[in-house]
Write a protein that binds this ligand. Structure first.
Ligand SMILES: [Zn+2]
Length: 253
C-alpha cells in the first residue's frame, strides 16, 4: 500500500508503506525539502515566491548554503494535509503488526543502532546469506531490521529479521553488550557516497519511533553505529543526514 499525499509529493517527500489511514484535511504551512544540487533560486521559482521572502522566513544568512534534506518554509503557501497521518495511535497499527514478536525476552532493549549496508544494493535475504555463510553467524542476518532502498527491494520497505521476531541479540556491532541491548537497523546503501532515499528515512523514523515507544528508549539512546565505542567505523557513512534524521524524529514525536 502506498499513498502519496499532495503536500508531501509537492515537498518532494513520499511516504513509505507505513502511513496510517487518513481522515479530514487541514491547512498547514508548506515546506520544501531541499534536494541534491538545488539552489534557492530554483526553489523560489518553483513556488513563484521571491528569494528574499524564503530567505527571511527561514532566517537564511549569507552565503545561503543549502543542505540536502533541509526543510524550507515557503512563505504565503499552505497545503492540505491529512491530519491523522502522524497521529499517535492508529498510525502505528501497521508497523505493530509487522513488528509482532514470537516471544518476550528478559533483557530490555535500551538502544537503537543505525547502520548502512555499505553496499549499493541488497535486502534482508542477501545479508542473511552473507552473515550466515561468509561470517558464520548461526543466527544469520546480524540486524533486526533492514530498510530497502529500491535496489534489491522496494524503496522504503521495512524488512523484519528473525532476530527481532525471536527477540535474539544482534550481531551488528563488535560490542557484546551493545549487541545484547541494542536493536540493529540497517539501511541499504553506501552513505559514504550518497544519502539515503527519502522513503528510507521516513520508514526509519517511523520504525524508530515505534521501537522507542514500545521499549521506552530515550532519544539520546538512538545512535549511529560509529557512536558505539569499538573498532573505528564510519557506519552509517559520512553522508548519513544525522541532523535531518533527528529533526524528523522530533517532528513525528
Ligand atoms: Zn554498522
Amino acid at each position: 500500500m502506498k499513498r502519496i499525499f499532495p503536500f508531501l509529493a509537492a515537498a518532494g517527500i513520499v511516504f513509505g508503506a507505513f502511513v496510517g489511514a487518513a481522515a479530514g484535511a487541514v491547512e498547514k504551512p508548506l515546506y520544501h525539502v531541499v534536494e541534491r544540487s538545488e539552489t534557492l533560486w530554483q526553489i523560489a521559482r518553483k513556488y513563484g515566491v521571491p528569494v528574499a521572502q524564503i530567505r527571511q522566513s527561514n532566517g537564511l544568512r549569507m552565503p545561503y548554503r543549502l543542505s540536502v534534506g533541509q526543510r524550507l518554509r515557503i512563505p504565503g503557501r499552505t497545503v492540505e494535509v491529512q491530519e491523522t497521518v502522524l497521529a499517535p495511535d492508529d498510525d502505528y497499527t501497521e508497523i505493530e503488526q509487522l513488528c509482532k514478536i514470537y516471544t518476550r525476552r528478559r533483557v530490555r532493549w535500551m538502544y537503537i543502532v543505525v547502520h548502512h549496508s555499505g553496499s549499493d544494493s541488497g535486502n534482508a535475504l542477501i545479508f542473511d546469506r552473507y552473515h550466515r555463510y561468509k561470517r558464520h553467524m548461526e543466527n544469520g542476518l546480524a540486524y533486526h531490521f533492514v530498510i530497502d532502498s529500491g535496489l534489491g527491494g522496494p524503496d522504503g520497505r521495512i524488512e523484519v529479521g528473525r532476530r527481532w521476531k525471536a527477540q535474539l541479540e544482534g550481531g551488528h556491532t563488535s560490542s557484546k553488550i551493545m549487541n545484547k541491548v541494542g536493536i540493529g537497523i540497517c539501511l541499504v546503501g553506501n552513505y559514504q557516497k550518497y544519502v539515503p532515499t527519502k522513503r528510507q528515512l521516513r520508514s526509519l523514523c517511523k520504525l524508530v519511533r515505534y521501537l522507542q515507544r514500545m521499549n521506552s528508549i530515550p532519544s539520546r539512546n538512538v545512535i549511529l553505529h560509529r557512536q558505539v565505542i569499538q573498532r573505528h567505523t564510519e557506519c552509517p557513512g559520512k553522508k548519513f543526514p544525522v541532523e535531518t534524521f533527528k529533526r524528523m524524529l522530533r517532528e513525528t514525536a
